[in-house]
Design a protein around this ligand. Sequence first.
Ligand code: MN
Ligand code: MN
Length: 301
Amino acid sequence: MGSNGNQKDHAVELSAYLSLKKIADAQYDYEDARYVIFGVPFDYTSSYRRGSSRGPAEVRRAYDNLESYDVTYDIDFTEIPICDLGDIGVNEDPDETVDLVSEVVAIIRKDGKIPIMIGGEHSITGGSIRNFKEHGMIIIDAHSDFRFSYMGHKNNHACATRRSLEVLGEGKIFSFGTRSTSREEFEDPDFKKVTFVRAEEIKSEGIENIFLKYSPRMEKQIYFSIDMDGIDPAYAPGVGTPEPYGLKDTDVRYLIRRTAKITNGFDIVEFTPDFDNGNTSMLAAKLIQDFIGSRETTRKI
Ligand code: MN
Ligand code: MN
């Protein structure tokens, strides 16, 4: 009969069949990790096209196709202490799910590690941000997400920026790529407490100039949240609520590169595999590598 060694091989073999799949570069245990990846397969409040709950699995699948060595950062990601916890077990209650996310991120933060959360829909950011009170925030999003509540839920994905404002306060949130908001949100007196940078402004001035313009007002520590619909549907078609005339993939990469060294929490949300052609999952996976690579590299990028 097989030795323990054989059983170890079998565990690896079985993991290919079962839903134990980890991000390809995540080679470390939690205790030794600096970056802690986890998925939140939750899409209950999505208003248009559901399916972002399958986001974490598809990002992991796409990630398999990336090289572990990146020539720009001169980094082999398998040598960086990254772990992948798998997915949080969620139910259909948005309030409970957001609380759960908050509890998980609290533990990771307490251990001095950097959470990387893969959604799921944008409502989950409202749980994570509770653990970053002394931080500023960068959001990539087509939408202002500034409704007080939507379809009966305060933790609807259309309220993500509003919930974050309640935690962080005035002047600390910069949302890049805005091109969709309701009159009700726009005329809300609190709307000006967030800096919404329109996609058109970024297109006409260029991302470098935009960053120079706003970065002096940014906090010294950042939480970075990417709603994939902030990026143009040409690059990221697989989202729940697509919006034309968005950011370029390299605009987002630029912002990640400029701020990674001061970013202590990161999420990618709203990726919806059913509407993807393969580009969105790959871009989401690559943006995770770009975040870690930019944060770890000693090169000038
Ligand atoms: Mn959003
Ligand atoms: Mn959005």
